[in-house]
Design a protein around this ligand. Structure first.
Ligand SMILES: NC(=O)c1ccc[n+]([C@@H]2O[C@H](COP(=O)([O-])OP(=O)(O)OC[C@H]3O[C@@H](n4cnc5c(N)ncnc54)[C@H](OP(=O)(O)O)[C@@H]3O)[C@@H](O)[C@H]2O)c1
Length: 292
């Protein structure tokens, strides 16, 4: 199966490449934005998603049967600061890739986000209407519509991801762990809830979805609804770090340019039905995988 991963150089893309390679697949094309010679693993080809012609040519060359579209302006704050670029990367490029896949009957799996919801009640199911309050969530919700309009389009709404970076670039997780190791306290919200998922499990889920016939929306989240504070307290404990350095605060304590959704936890019943063999361990169990 010829697979194209856009955003292969990113945090999730690095794990997904490893997942496919561990399955013995050698028909993978990975795209990045800027070439990064210092990155570990196989090189990705630079393709700027805002360049229509470059995208068309690169798609023709790769001729994928399945596209796993991870590339995005993934930081909510970056999209808020530059909504035009955010829309070009997150919406217009997704529309272009969806059109290409739709015209050729190819499968497209699109990485969306729990931030398509407003966080007012949590436990969101796939049939709940998108109601984003962040510009980033609005771009993803708009892109979702293009993916759902093609026959083999899959919208995978992903919860907060965690785990050590394999991309050669630090993630929030790496920064926090490094600071805790240095004995510096770190503060996380106690009143903001997600269903976090380890990068390794998310990439197994995406690889699994590529081999099913499933089309439509599916929520990719972990088995537990926790705050960032609980997540990082348990991570610190599991890694033998000083839990006392993990401090809690509340959303109201911190001024924010955009409102922070309170509870973006996802109902993942459908994921368990579509991928019954996918093991989703607890936070502690997931950290075992990344150490193994
Ligand atoms: N991380 C999370 O907690 C989370 C949660 C929910 C959903 N998601 C979604 O999951 C996907 C992967 O997230 P991630 O954390 O792996 O993101 P990431 O580390 O920020 O990676 C983003 C990827 O997109 C590429 N990219 C950015 N702008 C591009 C452009 N103009 N043209 C081509 N490629 C471009 C980057 O290339 P370079 O490396 O060359 O810059 C990189 O490979 C994203 O769609 C994100 O929205 C993530």
């Amino acid at each position: 199966m010829r697979i194209l991963i856009t955003g292969a150089s990113g945090q999730l893309g690095s794990y997904l490449r490893d997942e496919w390679l561990s399955q013995g697949s050698d028909e993978i094309t990975g795209w990045c934005h800027r070439p990064g010679a210092d990155r570990p693993g196989p090189a990705s080809s630079p393709v700027d998603l805002t360049d229509d012609r470059a995208v068309e040519e690169a798609l023709r060359e790769a001729d994928p049967e399945v596209v796993i579209h991870l590339a995005a302006m993934s930081a909510a704050d970056a999209v808020r600061r530059d909504p035009e670029l955010g829309r070009a990367v997150n919406v217009l490029a997704t529309e272009r890739i969806a059109r290409w896949c739709g015209e050729r009957d190819r499968r497209l799996i699109f990485a969306s986000t729990d931030m398509v919801f407003d966080g007012e009640r949590g436990g969101y199911r796939e049939q709940d209407p998108a109601c984003p309050i962040l510009e980033y969530g609005r771009t993803k919700a708009e892109a979702e519509r293009a993916v759902l309009a093609i026959p083999h389009g899959v919208v995978a709404r992903i919860s907060l991801l965690y785990g050590p970076s394999r991309s050669g670039r630090e993630s929030f997780f790496d920064r926090a762990i490094a600071a805790l190791r240095r004995g510096e306290s770190q503060t996380f919200f106690e009143d903001e809830f997600r269903t976090p998922l380890h990068y390794a499990i998310a990439s197994r889920a995406l690889a699994g979805l590529a081999t099913t016939d499933f089309a439509g929306i599916i929520h990719l989240g972990g088995p537990e609804r926790v705050s960032r504070f609980e997540l990082m307290t348990r991570v610190a404990h599991r890694l033998g770090l000083d839990q006392g350095l993990v401090r809690g605060n509340r959303r109201a304590d911190v001024a924010a340019a955009e409102p922070r959704p309170a509870d973006l936890s996802l109902d993942t019943t459908r994921l368990a039905q579509v991928l019954p063999l996918l093991d989703r361990p607890t936070i502690e169990g997931s950290l075992e995988i990344s150490n193994g």
